[in-house]
Design a protein around this ligand. Structure first.
Ligand SMILES: [Zn+2]
Ligand SMILES: [Zn+2]
Length: 400
């Protein structure tokens, strides 16, 4: 009799749930985990784009402990370091440096290696919770939460509960560490010509809570909202807005929008400010309206889609970032392609000068360089440059 009960429990658990119910349970709990990571750890703690009511913050923090076993301070530190040293040796998880295979399949190991650096945890993890719960429960017992979840899973579903738990545990390492950190710096589309390789994976950021819009996020890291184009949807932001409506969240920062003013003869401080704020958008505009059509014209004139060993697409991308992601051979190749083609040389030099003037420390010198840049572009005789300069002069930052 006793054995019978035990066997029945092992097979069905206390819930006696069907497949559909189990799948639904997995889906709800893993999505909750995704939200706990993107809303609490990422947007609120790491970037301070949004503040949550203590009740919401506690629920999300508790769920992180249960669903991932990650410590807030450690996650925040690893992530802030990723932004601070993107695509360099110092980046905890760059597919450009470590290789896409490594980041995709071993993202969780890279994360653990990064958290082992205690000095970094102190330096980048500042301002994260340090209350009684953190000091006595979450930080000293990171595995207790996930173990509790295992107990609950087994109680609910019997032996099958262990498999359910395995899926729950693999969710963040796979979707966040693998897909977002790996593919999100490697594959997808770009709205912004940022100094890293971050990409948007899909315009509908639903499955991993909006984190699919990773290029947008790198362009405006402290923005609580990741969707920046009309056709983009960020489910995390929808949740934030919902919480805000009922007084449970306060949005601290969203990405500013770029405005244009009529009749600006010469770039002024307003133009410069807008250019610096929207530098990635400006560089994308330059790519789309100057580089892309110029390369197309050049390729049509030469009657080929390849420039030596470099296909047209690759050349376009390389010109967009000054060949930053090419290896040594690639860089030499790019230089020799550009050298013999005055049109390409011209747009490549103008891009480099525009990028350089944004790095100037003194605003007065940056402004003088920008004015000079626009004057020369307008006198260059290159219609695409003339039109780009005319737009650039009108830039202004939208007032909220
Ligand atoms: Zn990133
Ligand atoms: Zn971030």
């Amino acid at each position: 009799m006793m054995l019978d009960t035990l066997l029945r429990f092992a097979a069905h658990g206390l819930a006696n749930a069907g497949w559909l119910a189990i799948l639904l349970y997995i889906l709800v709990t893993t999505q909750l985990t995704i939200f706990a990571v993107t809303l609490y750890l990422h947007r609120s703690q790491a970037h301070r784009g949004v503040d949550f009511h203590p009740v919401v913050a506690h629920v999300l923090r508790f769920w992180n402990w249960v669903g991932t076993g990650m410590v807030t301070k450690e996650w925040v530190a690893v992530h802030r370091k990723h932004h601070a040293h993107c695509e360099t040796e110092q980046d905890p998880h760059s597919p450009q440096v470590a290789g896409i295979g490594k980041v995709f399949f071993e993202g969780a190991e890279l994360y653990r290696t990064a958290t082992a650096n205690r000095a970094d945890m102190e330096k980048y993890g500042r301002g994260t919770p340090n209350d009684w719960l953190e000091r006595h429960v979450y930080t000293p017992h990171p595995y207790l939460g996930v173990s509790l979840l295992l107990v609950v899973d087994v109680l609910l579903f019997g032996v099958l509960g262990a498999a359910v738990w395995a899926v729950q545990m693999a969710w963040i390492p796979f979707w966040a560490a693998g897909v977002v950190n790996g593919l999100g710096h490697w594959w997808g589309y770009r709205n912004f010509e940022t100094a890293d390789t971050a990409t948007n994976l899909t315009p509908w950021g639903v499955w991993v809570g909006g984190e699919e819009l990773h290029n947008n996020h790198h362009a405006f890291p402290s923005s609580a909202k990741f969707a920046l184009r009309k056709f983009e949807v960020d489910i995390g932001w929808i949740v934030i807005r919902g919480l805000e409506k009922v007084g449970l969240a306060k949005v601290l920062r969203v990405a500013p929008t770029l405005n244009e003013r009529p009749n600006v003869a010469l770039p002024d401080m307003e133009t410069l400010k807008a250019l610096l704020t929207h530098r990635f958008e400006a560089m994308t505009d330059y790519y789309k309206t100057v580089i892309k059509p110029t390369v197309r014209e050049q390729s049509n004139a030469e009657g080929t889609r390849r420039f030596g060993a470099m296909p047209r697409r690759r050349l376009r991308r390389a010109l967009a970032n000054g060949g930053r992601w090419l290896d040594k051979t690639g860089k030499a190749r790019l230089a020799s392609i550009v050298e013999n083609r005055p049109r390409l040389q011209q747009i490549s030099e103008y891009r480099a000068r525009l990028a350089a003037l944004m790095e100037q420390r003194r605003p007065e010198s940056a402004l003088a360089a920008l004015q000079q840049w626009c004057r020369e572009a307008e006198a260059s005789g290159n219609r695409k440059l003339v039109e780009f300069a005319a737009r650039l002069k009108r830039y202004s930052v939208a007032r909220a």
